[in-house]
Design a protein. Structure first.
Lengths: 312, 111
């Protein structure tokens, strides 16, 4: 996968570079022949293909982009996390609040029996009651909260995958539009619009939209909802079209436009990383702060004796 | 009035069942820990950080949380088993009934 993408992109880069070399030489020759041209001034080095390649640095500009991580490598990560979510899901009614479309498994029968019934119905006394109210009664909520946290982790991995998937598409589009602009040299169509897909692509998943519907024991639902809005605010173009116009009416102009589109893409990759980072940081703080109250099971004090009494 | 004899045996079997459930759930938590630990993101590629580093911090806190719960669940399962055994040791009739109920659970449920 990665190899195919890298090869394809570098082939495109070479094609752009070859086109530039050919055009530079043609422009220089026209200038020598005093043929009227709208292509602008052609310096003498335009006749030397090595110097043209070096000057425009097109393949060098594309090379780091050819190393963009492979989105497919994130599949095993999300698969494992989805499996963990299914191991701990005790209620068929419980869906993933981060991504309600998620399909995942169910915990085994014993697990469901433990949380959906009072398994020590025949026992009384302070210890038995404590075991019931402090441990068993929280078991389901604790477990569901844990599943939600795994879902947050999974959503972040999906957002990260989207960053690379969209960056690959966008950089390919930049190359294709550059080539088209060069081939339209001299025509009015040499200006082009680059619609960046990165930030819109991650908005829904990086935002970790845990809202009132989440089952967080009815307690800190608001707190975890706020986590979502932090991330959404960090994505400047998340809810609209994110595009920039470039115009390159000359060879120089087209390649300058290409490089500034790449710089724009770079900025958006960085913004995407920041958005994911912020969301995860907020979630990590939340998890660590609420560990004892919402996630970790309290170890019950259990001792046989008068406080743990058979019969009710 | 605490139960004794036959009825105590029934109560003890309830504890045994709960301990059994917890033991099964413990296994599931351990599996979930393994699944979360198996979720290893791809490494960096050239100038790109494939996954923001804090992702792994959250992943390991989650794994630790699940693992802590797995240990609590296992300890609780063992404690309930011990309680059941201690009560059984004090009442012969209860112990007999408990043993027979345990056996039928094992054969009927395949525990």
């Amino acid at each position: 996968m990665t190899v195919a993408f890298a090869d394809d992109l570098m082939q495109l880069a070479t094609k752009i570079e070859d086109t530039v070399v050919w055009m530079a030489r043609a422009q220089w020759q026209m200038q020598q022949n005093h043929t009227p041209s709208s292509s602008g001034y052609a310096p003498d080095f335009y006749m030397d293909s090595d110097l043209v390649r070096k000057y425009f640095g097109i393949t060098d500009a594309f090379r780091p982009w050819s190393l963009l991580p492979d989105p497919a490598a994130f599949q095993p990560v999300t698969d494992s996390l989805l499996q963990a979510m299914g191991m701990l899901r005790v209620d068929a009614e419980f869906g993933n609040p981060v991504d309600p479309s998620d399909q995942f498994g169910m915990a085994r029968q014993e697990f469901q029996a433990l949380v959906n019934t009072d398994p020590i119905n025949n026992w009384s006394g302070a210890t038995a009651d404590g075991f019931r109210t402090k441990f068993l009664d929280h078991f389901k909520a604790n477990t569901e909260n844990e599943v939600i946290m795994i879902a947050v982790l999974k959503a972040a991995a999906e957002a990260q995958r989207a960053v690379w998937f969209n960056a690959r598409n966008d950089v390919t589009t930049i190359g294709q539009k550059t080539l088209a602009a060069l081939q339209n040299d001299g025509c009015d169509q040499s200006s082009w619009v680059m619609a960046f897909s990165i930030l819109a692509g991650i908005a829904s998943i990086a935002a970790v939209p845990l809202t009132g519907g989440a089952s967080l024991a009815g307690l800190s639902v608001t707190a975890i909802g706020a986590v979502g809005s932090i991330a959404t605010n960090a994505i400047p173009y998340a809810n609209g079209t994110d595009s920039m116009s470039y115009s390159g009416s000359s060879l120089q102009g087209a390649i300058t436009a290409m490089k500034s589109a790449m710089a724009g893409l770079q900025q958006r990759v960085e913004s995407g990383q920041v958005a994911i980072d912020l969301s995860l940081t907020a979630n990590l703080v939340f998890l660590e702060t609420e560990m004892g109250s919402l996630f970790q099971m309290a170890k019950p004090t259990l001792a046989s004796g008068p406080d743990f009494t058979p019969g009710r | 009035m605490p139960d004794h004899g036959d009825q105590l045996g029934v109560d003890l079997n309830e504890l045994y069942r709960t301990a059994h459930y917890l033991s099964a759930v413990h296994t599931d938590f351990e599996q979930a820990v393994r699944d979360v630990n198996d979720a290893q993101p791809p490494g960096d590629s050239g100038p790109w950080t494939a996954m923001v580093p804090i992702w792994d911090s959250l992943r390991s806190v989650i794994a630790g949380m699940l693992s802590g719960n797995a240990a609590t669940i296992e300890d609780t399962s063992l404690a309930l088993t011990v309680i059941a055994q201690r009560y059984a040791a004090t009442d012969q009739a209860a112990a007999t009934r408990f043993a027979s109920l345990m056996q039928s659970d094992q054969s009927e449920q395949g525990w």
